[in-house]
Ligand binder design. Sequence first.
Ligand SMILES: Cc1cc2nc3c(=O)[nH]c(=O)nc-3n(C[C@H](O)[C@H](O)[C@H](O)COP(=O)(O)OP(=O)(O)OC[C@H]3O[C@@H](n4cnc5c(N)ncnc54)[C@H](O)[C@@H]3O)c2cc1C
Length: 375
Amino acid sequence: MAEDGFDVVVIGAGVIGLAIAARLASDRRSVLVLERETGIARGVTSRNSEVIHAGIYYPAESLKAVSCVEGRERLYRWCASKRVDHRRTGKLIVATQPSELATLEALFAKGRANGVPGLEIIDTEACRSLEPEVRAHAAILSPETGIVDAHGFCGSLLAAAESEGAILALAKRVVGLARGAAGWRIEVVGEESTHAETITAEVVVDAAGLEADRIAELAGVDVGAHGLRQHPCKGDYFVLAPGDTVRASRLIYPVPQQAGLGIHLTLDLAGRPRFGPDATYVEDRDAFEVDAAKAAAFGAAVARYLPGLAGATLLPDYAGIRPKLAGPGEAFRDFVVEEGSAWGAPGFIGCLGIESPGLTASLALAERVARIVVA
Ligand SMILES: Cc1cc2nc3c(=O)[nH]c(=O)nc-3n(C[C@H](O)[C@H](O)[C@H](O)COP(=O)(O)OP(=O)(O)OC[C@H]3O[C@@H](n4cnc5c(N)ncnc54)[C@H](O)[C@@H]3O)c2cc1C
């Protein structure tokens, strides 16, 4: 690791930290990325649906809406130019009964207001001709939704960052942050060491995913007072047991539910379907075990729009945990990507509450951080 100070230290080598590192390094800044794990993209980035969201669900002009729409376009261009595996699958959001129509139409209006291109409301017949196994009263067709290889994307971000001179230091856990006259002093411990090294940087970017609020606290931010406490919210995924099959070429979502998008069908790049995630607030940020007892509830939720799967056996697959700023029952909270002067931490850029659509939005959020650094 370099002895001298860096222009920017980025904490966390998930998709957000890597996108920011690549973007800032391209401006000829010296950038160091500190990651506590022994590899990149092992946090939230490794446990999600890998969906490239179109930008339908979020309130107009929110950072989630704007960064999702901009980030999606940037992501498709990036994937094409860097040969990252991805596919523009398209997606259906289905109302299974007339009582869900009003929600579907409101969602459609939201998507249009957010500038999502190509959205259409289609009827039962049109839906059946696209996806014969789906039962829908009506559906939103979103042609711009897709899927991406999140790890491949992160690898390409790291390659871009390193080619511009950024340095990645693995197995380096940030344990302290102090602001001095010359910038930030960052205390770091290695995997097998209790002795802390000190690194200095003009700017610190907190891209620590589920730990982002704890890192902000290390920087002296009163996260409670500023509404920056993250609430881990777990999502479980299930897959079909061998022998059960479903034919779908698009992603299929129900109309959204309280804390998540509803139990939906996504496809991986090999075309395999999986179902989830649900949304359950948890205390433990490392509680990744899937509760097999939920299989029946998942099956019932899926069978509403895929009746052919009624009675199919679902098996636990994996789980991911969202760093949500909204606690249980609380209203919508936006991404926070802000410079910390108002929190008493100048030169500290916090990325908090980066739940979905963070993967899609990552390149746009990196642009936002680049604008903050220049200002
Ligand atoms: C269930 C689920 C489904 C999702 N589905 C989608 C989707 O389909 N599409 C989409 O766009 N988004 C989706 N998301 C959101 C997306 O996965 C996240 O927004 C994104 O991965 C967040 O990346 P990150 O870099 O902020 O966090 P992370 O990937 O968690 O990276 C943070 C890194 O910081 C490191 N770190 C933490 N503390 C320290 C420390 N003290 N010192 C050094 N390093 C540290 C961690 O080890 C980790 O590697 C989903 C999220 C979940 C949970």
